[in-house]
Design a protein around this ligand. Structure first.
Ligand SMILES: [Zn+2]
Ligand SMILES: [Zn+2]
Length: 108
C-alpha cells in the first residue's frame, strides 16, 4: 500500500514538471513576438491623410483706416501610414504632422 502511494506521488511530480515545461515553452513563444529586435517584414499597406481643425484665433487687420477682425482657423494635416508584416501577420502605424495651415493669410 505504501509503495502505491509512492508511485502515485512520483507520477504526480512527473506530471507537474511536464506542465511546468509546457508553461515555459508558451512563455518563450510569447517572447518571440514580444521582443523588439526580431526581424520584421514591414511593407507599406495604406496611407491616409486627415485634416483636423485644431484651433482658431481672431486676427485683426487694418484696411482703409478701418479696423477689421476675422476668425482664423488652424488646421493640422496628419498623414498616417499603416505597415503590414507578413511574417507575423500584424500591423503598425506611424503618424506624421505634414502641415499646419491658417485659413486667413496673415503674418504671425
Ligand atoms: Zn513582424
Ligand atoms: Zn491664423
Amino acid at each position: 500500500m505504501r509503495k502505491i502511494k509512492f508511485i502515485i506521488s512520483f507520477l504526480f511530480v512527473i506530471f507537474a514538471s511536464l506542465q511546468l515545461m509546457e508553461a515555459e515553452a508558451a512563455t518563450v513563444e510569447n517572447n518571440f513576438y514580444g521582443i523588439t529586435d526580431v526581424q520584421h517584414d514591414w511593407k507599406e499597406y495604406s496611407t491616409d491623410i486627415n485634416v483636423f481643425q485644431t484651433d482658431s484665433h481672431d486676427v485683426t487687420y487694418w484696411k482703409n483706416f478701418m479696423r477689421y477682425s476675422r476668425t482664423c482657423t488652424i488646421s493640422h494635416e496628419v498623414k498616417t501610414i499603416v505597415y503590414y508584416c507578413e511574417l507575423h501577420d500584424h500591423t503598425k502605424s506611424e503618424t506624421f504632422l505634414e502641415d499646419i495651415t491658417h485659413s486667413v493669410n496673415h503674418s504671425h
